[in-house]
Design a protein around this ligand. Structure first.
Ligand code: CO
Length: 163
């Protein structure tokens, strides 16, 4: 399972809810892949599995890795921005407008929990939830910036094939 790279269409599909069994099976794979590719977060669709599950690394949580399972953003406050990249869009980074604080519901029916996050953790969670909805960070940019990133991403992909 390799990381799916833009413009792979699977990155644009809104993922389906994950079941408990699927989630338990996917958790170790997601962690392994995130570590292999040195990501700070990884969504299942990035490895070709169109299900609503993503992992956030302990680099962002400051604790254990966090699994986002069928997550829903309940509340957002404020604004923040850092230079973001994505394992699925090679060689592109950009400042992306994000909420400063988020409240998210996550988990399988019957064992849902609510998490609150700010700072880097809030950014990574928003980035990963976007993936689960078929949204890439470049979609959050204004049009000229987005077009520039898309051109650069296509160029990088072409260059890679030549090498
Ligand atoms: Co990403």
């Amino acid at each position: 399972m390799t990381i799916k790279i833009y413009p792979n269409p699977i990155l644009r599909i809104k993922t389906n809810d994950v079941t408990y069994e699927e989630a338990e099976k996917l958790k170790p794979t997601l962690i392994d892949k995130m570590i292999n590719y040195s990501g700070i977060g990884l969504a299942a669709c990035q490895i070709g599995i169109s299900r609503k599950i993503a992992v956030v690394s302990e680099k962002a949580t400051g604790d254990k890795p966090l699994f986002l399972i069928n997550p829903v953003i309940l509340e957002t406050k404020g604004k923040q921005s850092i230079e973001e990249g994505c394992l699925s869009i090679k060689g592109i980074t950009s400042f992306v407008p994000r909420a400063a604080f988020i409240k998210v519901e996550t988990g399988i029916e019957g064992e849902k929990k609510i998490i609150e996050a700010d700072g880097l953790l809030a950014i990574v969670i928003q980035h990963e939830i976007d993936h689960l909805n078929g949204i890439l960070f470049i979609d959050r940019l204004n049009l000229p910036k987005k077009l520039w990133c898309l051109l650069k991403a296509r160029y990088n992909k072409k260059m890679k094939k030549k090498l």
